[in-house]
Design a protein around this ligand. Structure first.
Ligand code: TIU
Length: 221
């Protein structure tokens, strides 16, 4: 069904039957103390504001029967999918693969790798495990979207300027229309969040649209 979503730089009409909700990396490793995000020196409480908007749009998407996709950043226990450049960089308090209070940092299957309880995937919902920042690199996401005839993505998650941006840039180049839900995203660096959103909608929407979660929820209902 075609619906109108109020967005920047301009409202757009989307066909809900061809639209997926993609929630990026709403994992304990990023949102809770003791995980990857905190190991990098971040105040993880800055991401909490995105949870309720994500929950609201997730509920609306489920009720409307839309395709729902969750992503998780993380690595195989043997780190075979983690490039040295990623493992070695920076001076974290604990490196990827090292033990932390939520298990090994950013490793698949560990408690910290899980999506936060408020947004836990339902049985049957698609969960894309990704080794990189973008959700298309080394994952089946492209094939999944193609199989479902998806043309438009509603995107929330963390962090705005890292995994959300990378995924939206990848999706835009693959021909998807991306509507980034501003308040359903968050960053450890608030001005990166604001600027990151502005970058998407600038220049006539150079690689997407930006909308309030309420606007998307109102359109989906
Ligand atoms: N550190 C940071 O801002 N983000 C990431 O490492 N991954 C995601 O954004 N998911």
């Amino acid at each position: 069904m075609p619906v109108l979503i109020e967005a920047k730089p301009a409202p757009l009409v989307v066909d809900l039957a061809r639209t997926a909700l993609v929630l990026i990396d709403m994992q304990r490793d990023f949102l809770e103390p003791g995980g990857f995000g905190e190991s990098l020196g971040n105040d993880v409480s800055l991401l909490a504001a995105a949870v309720e908007p994500c929950r609201a749009v997730l509920a609306a998407a489920r009720a409307a029967g839309m395709l729902v996709i969750h992503t998780r950043e993380g690595h195989e226990p043997d780190l075979s999918d983690a490039p040295p450049a990623k493992l070695e960089r920076g001076a974290p308090t604990a490196r990827i693969g090292e033990a932390g209070p939520m298990g090994r940092i950013l490793i698949r299957g560990e408690p910290g790798h899980a999506i936060v309880p408020a947004l836990a995937p339902l049985p049957g919902e698609i969960v894309i495990d990704k080794p990189g920042k973008g959700a298309f690199y080394a994952t089946p996401l492209g094939a999944v979207l193609e199989a479902h005839g998806i043309t438009t993505l509603l995107v929330g998650g963390v962090t705005t300027e890292v995994c959300v941006h990378t995924t939206v840039r990848e999706a835009n180049d693959r021909g998807y229309r991306c509507v980034v839900l501003a308040d359903a995203c968050a960053s450890y660096v608030p001005h990166f969040h604001e600027t990151g959103l502005a970058m998407i909608a600038a220049q006539g929407g150079i690689f997407g649209w930006v909308a309030a979660t309420d606007a998307a929820v109102a359109a989906i209902r």
